[in-house]
Design a binder for this molecule. Structure first.
Ligand code: DSN
Length: 404
């Protein structure tokens, strides 16, 4: 293969960045070499509109096997009866729910984005907010966790067609059974978007919404550590409609190379190694939360049950945007994030989101993680911009950790 030098340079630099940085972006991970290789396989060459055995192209005999393999492994992993592995992303898995099961203009009830929800759950700059009538529920201002009583009141008043749970910046366990009771009482469908917690759900480290929610959507690249893409788990009654919602309604040809890599990731996720990994994600998250609290940082809701936490930085007089930039300058990668009832706009924010899926894949030990936790506190609290000493300490730790 003739090398494209401009492209090689990008990859070389990104390799170094990923190796030397302490990555705490809650939605990122390091996929295995197998997942990366199969994502780059020759299945990228194949058109396969339709579903296994019912394609609109000839020559699909091998990709049919690939898609069925992904479906069967996915069903085993999540203990479900029907899975669609074709969504190109989490947003598209969600879009297909609304487009196939609702009419445009129908009411959707979801957690507002600035309380931890997702753009595709009805934000006004997103297709979901433009095409549907969005109503929100919120976190309780004192506890900063879901207020199920308030949710029930809003649901009774709004009478939504669908209620959405599952979030991008929520560090506490979600009670899917309570959601189901409220959805049942108000005659609404229930959708659980488990993009963030999918790996934890698969390992039974978070309760599963499968068999409780009518539709479960997810990405495959966060805690699940697969290729970048989406999936949906649907009840038997709704599956035909949903499948048609993906194809032909909102997507054309499935990305067969990614679907093959999803099959690989599901097999990895069925292993004991993955269960240990997922257990470590949570213990690392709890360890960091403890270090931050001992260092005087405030954690939204007072702690974490999962792979992430939100830090409220108001008491140390730095905003989310400044914190993100400062930490980035020392090789610690987080993202600014609104905190519930944030007085600052979303491009600045009062908080940062810190997650442990990626750093746990690097097999960091408690001692090194504690050191990095302390370096995060130091970076945020030190007024000076000259933080080269901290940067060297971070890269020294990260360089010795294996990459998958
Ligand atoms: N953008 C993702 C996240 O960072 O949570 C969600 O899609």
């Amino acid at each position: 293969m003739k090398k494209d030098l401009e492209v090689e340079e990008i990859i070389d630099k990104e390799n170094i960045r990923q190796r030397d940085s302490a990555i705490f972006i809650a939605s990122e991970n390091y996929a295995s070499e197998a997942v990366r290789n199969y994502t780059g396989s020759i299945l990228t060459n194949k058109y396969a509109e339709g579903y296994p055995g019912k394609r609109y192209y000839a020559g699909c005999e091998n990709v049919d096997i690939a898609e069925n393999l992904a479906i069967n492994r996915g069903k085993e992993l999540f203990e479900c009866d029907h899975m669609n592995v074709q969504p190109h992303s989490g947003s598209q898995a969600n879009m297909a729910v609304y487009m196939s099961l609702l009419q445009t203009g129908d009411k959707i009830l979801s957690l507002s984005l600035d309380h931890g929800g997702h753009l595709s759950h009805g934000h006004n700059v997103n297709f979901s907010g433009k095409l549907f009538d969005i109503h929100n529920y919120y976190l309780n201002q004192d506890t900063e966790i879901i207020d199920y009583e308030q949710l029930k009141d809003v649901a009774r008043k709004v009478q939504p067609k669908i209620i959405i749970c599952g979030y991008s910046a929520y560090s506490r366990t979600i009670d899917f059974q309570k959601f189901k009771q409220i959805a049942k009482e108000t005659n609404a469908l229930l959708m659980a978007d488990i993009a963030h917690i999918a790996g934890l759900v698969a390992c039974k480290l978070h309760p599963s919404p499968v068999g409780v929610a009518d539709i479960v959507t997810s990405t495959t690249h966060k805690t699940l550590r697969g290729p970048r893409g989406g999936i949906a788990i649907i009840s038997k009654e709704l599956s035909r409609k949903y499948d048609r919602g993906i194809f032909p309604m909102i997507q054309g040809g499935p990305i067969m190379n990614t679907i093959l890599a999803k099959a690989v990731a599901f097999k990895e996720a069925l292993s004991n190694d993955f269960k240990n990994y997922s257990t470590n994600i949570i213990s690392n998250s709890k360890l960091l939360a403890k270090i931050f609290q001992e260092g005087g940082l405030r954690i939204v809701s007072g702690g974490t049950d999962n792979h992430l936490m939100l830090l409220d930085l108001r008491n140390i007089k730095i905003n989310g945007s400044e914190a993100e930039e400062k930490l980035n300058s020392v090789g610690i990668i987080v993202n600014k994030n609104a905190i519930p009832f944030d007085p600052l706009p979303p491009n600045i924010t009062s908080g940062i989101r810190v997650g442990t899926p990626a750093i746990t894949t690097r097999r960091i030990n408690e001692e090194d993680l504690s050191t990095i936790g302390d370096l995060i506190i130091q970076t945020l609290k030190t007024p000076t911009k000259n933080l080269s000493d901290i940067k060297s300490k971070v890269s020294r730790i990260m360089q010795k950790l294996p990459l998958p």
